[in-house]
Design a protein around this ligand. Structure first.
Ligand code: AMP
Length: 211
């Protein structure tokens, strides 16, 4: 199973990537997580991408393209966070051709702006293992503590009102056209992602089974 997840920030790509990876025993490739890890390590790549991420704008295509090329192999995966514009989609197509990869489906998580704002402002993440929570929709068992590894949860730096607004703007301008791009390729599955995470996962699973 080889999947691409598309959707606005806060559409649940990260959450669904975790569940899909676990259920279908495939690798999760989450570009945002990979980049956040590099920023945390203060690596050369991390220093290159930090400012863009904090401002909620896209990191230059050639920088993220190299990261993706390195991470994609001909084995099951769910790709979260790439592509985010048409140039990246074309680059991904070339990577797939070079590596003889056939994609199973592109899943588009469709959400309203209202859902996005609610989700992002209540989101909490684990800085240690990357697990995602939400203060009301997906609260951890113990407030402020990661269920998976016990670390203290934090709010992402880019989940503040100004940067949220910028990220939505960037999504509308650069990423939204990807829906049409993949619709033409005929393997696009559109899911109503305003529902809770479990329901969205069930909808994705049944669409994958029934096409
Ligand atoms: P995410 O965790 O997917 O919301 O990504 C967080 C931030 O990482 C984005 O706001 C961008 O600054 C950067 N980023 C993630 N994926 C990409 C991408 N495909 N192209 C450019 N920048 C990206």
């Amino acid at each position: 199973m080889k999947l691409i997840l598309l959707g606005a920030p806060g559409s649940g790509k990260g959450t669904q990537a975790v569940v899909l990876a676990k259920n279908f025993k495939i690798r999760k490739i989450s570009l945002g997580d990979i980049l956040r890890e590099e920023v945390k390590k203060d690596s050369e790549l991390g220093r290159k991408v930090k400012q863009y991420m904090e401002q909620g704008v896209l990191v230059p295509d050639e920088v993220v393209g190299a990261v993706i090329e390195e991470n994609i192999k001909d084995e099951g995966f769910v790709l979260d966070g790439y592509p985010r514009n048409l140039a990246q989609a074309e680059n991904l197509q070339k990577i797939f051709e070079r590596k003889h990869i056939q994609i199973t489906a592109v899943v588009y998580l469709d959400v309203t702006t209202e859902t996005v704002v609610k989700r992002l402002s209540g989101r909490r993440i684990c800085p240690q293992c990357g697990a995602n929570f939400h203060i009301t929709n997906m609260p951890p068992k113990v407030e402020g503590v990661c269920d998976a590894c016990g670390s203290k949860l934090i709010q992402r730096k880019d989940d503040n009102p100004e940067v949220i607004e910028k990220r939505i703007e960037v999504f509308e301008a650069e990423s939204a056209p990807l829906k049409d791009y993949y619709q033409k390729e005929d393997n696009l599955l559109v899911v109503d992602a305003n529902k809770d995470a479990q329901e969205v996962f069930m909808d994705i699973s049944s669409l994958l089974k029934n096409g």
